[in-house]
Design a protein around this ligand. Structure first.
Ligand code: URA
Length: 231
């Protein structure tokens, strides 16, 4: 990670304060003074500030049940940020691994470990996300509609088809959809591509993790749950 980020993760300093200290030559990496804040460092490096060794706080991994009318952003906008529900300190270091729209509810994974969240977000890792979708019009279960989702749909404004998705129709106006990518408004646009409209959207599962806390609640992931995304 960058040196300024490491300083923030091992002290209570802001990024601006960390950069100032680095530029002033008060930070050493493996005994060498480093004055460039973007220098890449590793947690195992010996990093000191004014001669005092710094140790980065361990990464955090959380799951949360996102309420409707909250946003997956670190700051409040039209709706409040869902970070208002987490009172653990240093929230600015956290980010969401796969954001949901303001009106979408359900499972979000939250971390300060960018390498870990990459495993969840990048389509190349094929991490499955399962959504329960409420629809305006009944969806007729035919081989053709299931095949359309499996083969890929042409979304408006996109060059490539969507990646293979699994559609399970559980009621005339309700389906479970499993996808491995997260384009902007992806699920809503997929149903729009077949002439329907999503009226409710709830994420139930990511990888092997299912939602098991109440609305607005969160918990830390277990070590096994964290590892389950590292393939
Ligand atoms: N797809 C959407 O359209 N919205 C979400 O919030 C998540 C997936």
């Amino acid at each position: 990670m960058r040196l300024d980020k490491f300083i923030c993760k091992s002290t209570e300093l802001t990024k601006t304060q960390a950069v100032e200290l680095i530029v002033e030559g008060r930070v050493k990496v493996n005994s060498d003074t480093v004055t460039l804040e973007s220098t890449q460092v590793h947690e195992n490096n010996d990093i000191t500030l004014d001669g005092k060794e710094l140790v980065a706080r361990p990464f955090r991994y959380l799951l949360m049940n996102k309420p409707a009318d909250t946003i997956c952003s670190n700051i409040d906008e039209v709706y409040p940020s869902l970070f208002n529900y987490i009172n653990e300190g240093n929230n600015a270091e956290l980010h969401i691994a796969g954001r949901l729209d303001a009106d979408t509810t359900g499972l979000v994974l939250i971390t300060d470990d960018g390498r870990w969240s990459y495993n969840i977000i990048t389509p190349a890792k094929k991490c499955e996300k399962v959504y329960r979708v409420g629809l305006r019009k009944p969806i007729i279960e035919t081989e053709s509609v299931i095949e359309q989702f499996a083969l890929g749909l042409q979304l408006q404004g996109e060059v490539e088809l969507t990646r293979p998705a699994q559609l399970d129709i559980v009621a005339p106006q309700e389906a479970l959809l499993t996808i491995t990518e997260g384009k902007f408004h992806q699920v809503k646009r997929m149903f729009s591509a077949i002439g329907n409209k999503v009226i409710s959207l709830h994420r139930e599962k990511i990888g092997e993790i299912s939602l098991d806390v109440g609305v607005g609640e969160w918990r830390y992931l277990s070590e096994d749950e964290v590892k389950s995304f590292i393939k």
